[in-house]
Design a protein around this ligand. Structure first.
Ligand SMILES: [Zn+2]
Length: 162
């Protein structure tokens, strides 16, 4: 049984929208995805990794520009997968902003929050999410603009599969 989530977060990782905007935002996302479940907001005490789950395919190095493949389903023999698992374990007890990755591409120690990913992930202190939205299509510009007006900030979309 596949579990899919659409996560919507502020483009500015430190921004937390005002709490009185949450009910309207939830109602709006539920209107966009009437068959989705568990539409909810989450506020994190520090900047958190908004992960894409099994959709991770690659890490883009912000220093040298090269890409490290992550063969998530290829198992623990894949060096990218080992780096990824190690990083996810560190996030269990370390704020994302304090995690560095020793990148295999160039050997540089890079702050985790400066990396980008395929599929996209994000860093944020706030998340609006919905479980199993149908269809599995990202919000269009008009829909995103409606939520951006409610929250008063630019937003990013992250799809996650578990
Ligand atoms: Zn690099």
């Amino acid at each position: 049984m596949s579990e899919v989530y659409l996560k919507i977060v502020p483009a500015d990782m430190d921004f937390v929208p005002a709490a009185d905007s949450y009910p309207k935002a939830i109602a709006t996302l539920e209107r966009f995805f009437p068959d989705g479940e568990e539409c909810e907001t989450t506020v994190y005490s520090s900047v958190s990794f908004i992960d894409q789950g099994e959709y991770i395919e690659a890490i883009h190095c912000s220093v040298c520009g090269r890409t490290t493949r992550v063969d998530y389903l290829g198992g623990e023999d894949d060096p990218g997968r080992r780096l990824w698992d190690y990083t996810m374990d560190r996030l269990d007890d370390t704020p994302a902003a304090n995690v560095d990755l020793q990148m295999p591409c160039c050997g540089t120690l890079v702050p985790f929050t400066q990396l980008t990913f395929d599929w996209p992930a994000a860093f944020a202190r706030f998340e609006l999410s919905i479980h199993n939205p149908e269809p599995e299509e990202s919000l269009n510009e008009a829909q995103l603009a409606e939520l951006e007006a409610i929250f008063g900030c630019k937003l990013k979309q992250v799809w996650a599969h578990y």
